[in-house]
Design a protein. Structure first.
Length: 193
C-alpha cells in the first residue's frame, strides 16, 4: 500500500527497539525520511544499517538540553511532517508508594519535555498545512493497570494534551492515540512480590 509518504519527514521517538523501531522501519519502507531518536544511537544504527533514509539521533527525553538540540537539528533541516511520540515507561509501583520526586522526574521525561518538543516543531508543520502526530500510550489510560501508578497517571496526561492539541491544529492535521497493553509475561514480571 502506498501511504504517499515520499518526501515526508518523520521523527520517531523511542526508536531503538520495540514499537518505535517497527514504526520507524515501516515509515522508511513507505519512503519517508526518518529521524529515529532514542537514548542509544548505536542501537538504531545497528538496525538501520543500509537504510539511507533513516537517520539515527541520540536524544534522552529526560534531558531538556538534548530535547532542544533535537528540535534545533530538525528545524534547521526542514522540520518534521510526522511526529511519533513514543518512549519507555517509569518503574512499576503503587499509587501509595509513588513519591513526589518520582512523579516530577517521570512527568518531565514522559510528558513535559515531549510537549515542549512538539510545541517547537508544530509551527513549521502548521505553516506547511499538513501534519501527523501519533502518540503511543498504554491501555492503562482507559483501565488503570495494577502496580503501574506512574505510567497510568502520566500517560493519561499525554492523552489529554493530544486531544487538546487536536482542537488547535485544524482539519489538515490528524492526531492519533494508540494504547498498547502489556504481555502476560511483562505483567507477571511487574507484579508485586
Amino acid at each position: 500500500m502506498d501511504l504517499e509518504l515520499n518526501g515526508k519527514r518523520a521523527l520517531v521517538l523511542g526508536a531503538s527497539r520495540g514499537l518505535g523501531m517497527a514504526i520507524a522501519k515501516s515509515l522508511a519502507a513507505e519512503g519517508a525520511t526518518v529521524f529515529a531518536a532514542a537514548r542509544s544511537r548505536d542501537k538504531i544504527a545497528d538496525w538501520a544499517e543500509g537504510m539511507e533514509n533513516v537517520h539515527p539521533v541520540e536524544c534522552d527525553l529526560s534531558d531538556l538540553a538534548q530535547v532542544d538540540a533535537l528540535a534545533d537539528q530538525l528545524l534547521s533541516d526542514g522540520g518534521a511532517d510526522i511526529i511519533v511520540n513514543n518512549g519507555g515507561g517509569p518503574p512499576p509501583g503503587t499509587a501509595q508508594a509513588a513519591e513526589r520526586g518520582q512523579w516530577l522526574a517521570h512527568f518531565e521525561a514522559m510528558a513535559a519535555n515531549l510537549f515542549h518538543l512538539n510545541t517547537r516543531l508544530l509551527p513549521e508543520m502548521k505553516a506547511r498545512g499538513w501534519g501527523r502526530i501519533i502518540s503511543i500510550t498504554s491501555s492503562g489510560v482507559e483501565q488503570p493497570i495494577p502496580n503501574l501508578a506512574l505510567s497510568n497517571g502520566i500517560r493519561s496526561a499525554v492523552v489529554g494534551w493530544s486531544k487538546t492539541l487536536a482542537n488547535w491544529t485544524g482539519p489538515r492535521f490528524t492526531g492519533h492515540l494508540s494504547g498498547f497493553g502489556c504481555s502476560l509475561d511483562e505483567l507477571a514480571r511487574r507484579a508485586p512480590s
